[in-house]
Design a protein around this ligand. Sequence first.
Ligand code: NAP
Length: 297
Amino acid sequence: MDTRISGRTRLLGLFGSPVGHSLSPVIYNFCFDRLGLDCAYLAFDCAEDDFSRALDAMRLLNMRGANVTMPCKRAAARLVDELSPAARCVGAVNTIVNDDGVLTGHMTDGMGVVLDLADRGIPMAGKRVVLLGAGGAASAVMAQCALDGAARVDVFNRGEAGVASARRVAEMLRDDGASCEVVCRPLGDGREMHDAVREADILINATPVGMRTKAEGVSLITDTGVFRDGLVVYDAVYDPPVTKLMSDAASCGCRPEHVIGGRGMLLWQAYGAFKLYTGLDMPVRELQAFLDKGSRS
Ligand code: NAP
């Protein structure tokens, strides 16, 4: 029995489906325990159609907050009371904070990349970014880079529909006052994308290309001549921990410390949510050590 639970314990949770595989309960409960917070975190399997009832339950049970995963992220953006700038531009929510019954939706996926880079001494302000993909993760990363002061983001996507949706996000960001120049183009034969990478400070892959079950051993960067000292390469893919993009970048001129995989994004998006829930810094190093120990045993 967990002796931490009291009559005043505040509940937080995860809504989505499926959620049984999620690491979020382990991550948040570990941090509550470490910081001595009287909070508990559970995962709730919730279909998209039931999401408004989940929000009613949050108010009724006075839950402090909830993370939202697929397929409920867009429904969450439609149904909460308020939206953060990133969540409004992207049209999706992964974190909800309950302040006395007022539910505010945030999107911390993009923060995951920006905070991870900042922790490695690479601030986003003034950077030229090439972003591959225009799906959920890419839109969140695009919005956060722009909101955190990137000078320019060049988005390349395979399909035209994704390019159009990225352009809509870029328009919202402009309307929101972001001064970052965002240019969204189709990937095509990759020539323009490779040219853009030659001019960039940071390349971010936010497609599943390179992922274990999808396209392991494949990279969208086919001309490894674009890799060089001074280019940061960030792959949102976290399984495998080293993708083809990353191994090519490391062996073709990028500094090893500037070749980064998606595990940090996972951790730092949780850091962003934890800060919103508690106002406190998540004990990232301790959590990392705890998770590393778990994955080895
Ligand atoms: P998504 O919404 O389905 O979007 C997928 C994007 O990748 C779309 O833009 C799609 O282009 C593009 N794409 C798919 N296959 C492609 C291919 N063979 N060649 C070129 N482009 C391709 O997925 P998502 O949720 O954004 O996730 C994308 C990746 O990010 C996944 O690997 C996921 O694991 C990772 N991710 C990591 C974290 C983390 O914390 N590290 C968090 C979220 C996501 P079209 O528009 O042409 O289909």
